[in-house]
Design a protein around this ligand. Sequence first.
Ligand SMILES: [Fe+2]
Ligand SMILES: [Fe+2]
Length: 304
Amino acid sequence: MTDSATTRTEREDFQATTDPALLESADRGDANLLSYQKLYELWERQQWRTQDIDFSQDREDWQNFPDDEKFQRMYGLSSFFIGEQKVAEELGPMMRAAPTEEMRIFLCTQIADEARHVAFFNRFYEEVGVLESTNLQDRLKETSEHLNPKFHDLFDDMLHTRVAKLARDPDDLETLVEAVTLYHMVIEGMLALTGQHFIITYNEENGTLPGFVEGFNNVARDEHRHVAFGARFLREMAKADPKYMEAIQRTLIESGPAADGVLTPPWYEEGMDLFGVSIEETREFAMKALGRRMKVIGLAAPAA
Ligand SMILES: [Fe+2]
Ligand SMILES: [Fe+2]
């Protein structure tokens, strides 16, 4: 168990993923990224079970939260729950379009991880009694009313359109580069890991939702491993041909406004704190992580 954000990013198991955002050397553009095979082997060593998590304290905590706190917490929870379910569905065509067997094997492990992340949220909602719905489909529907509309621009428009194209033409490497930029760099790297960082820290500092914190730390560790795959893949592609470098840059610029929207709850008002931090701090954290990863890939990050 860790009790501070700094200790978490320095955890040996997080460091083992070689996600550039966790490595100081990445500020200079250096990172010893694991090979696809080593990332696969790390996945074998980093297994966990959603069924092992005890949510009994979480249930009590949740029932004691005031209604407005419950409502505010629903933004982060809903974005993650639905986000995990959406990305799990998109990975199949991306896996098939990956050009080498080693990449495809790793992406198969990632499909299993994303399914586990959906199961983790579903179990949390069920055990804690967050909603009235009694099955996964209905819970997803019920929780979706909390999302920022920009969420749909990013997932249903930008990502889904590219993945649908890949499903029709798995040899379209440029579209795969765009999809990995959106999926691994923007959605997982900038948005998910930023939300996880602040939500976990807030709960740790307040001593709330211990089962959720335990599982969400495991989710974050998985995400760092996924992002490390994305960084390696994009670095290789960017080196192979400048047109892929341009595709990464173009996709980052195109998705910027939608990504920024997802960091902002629809009820956000100027000057408000979100889980104990300002929106500027949240943005800064997301951009620093993106900047480190882009340096390692060989690109300058677009201005915030
Ligand atoms: Fe995930
Ligand atoms: Fe992921």
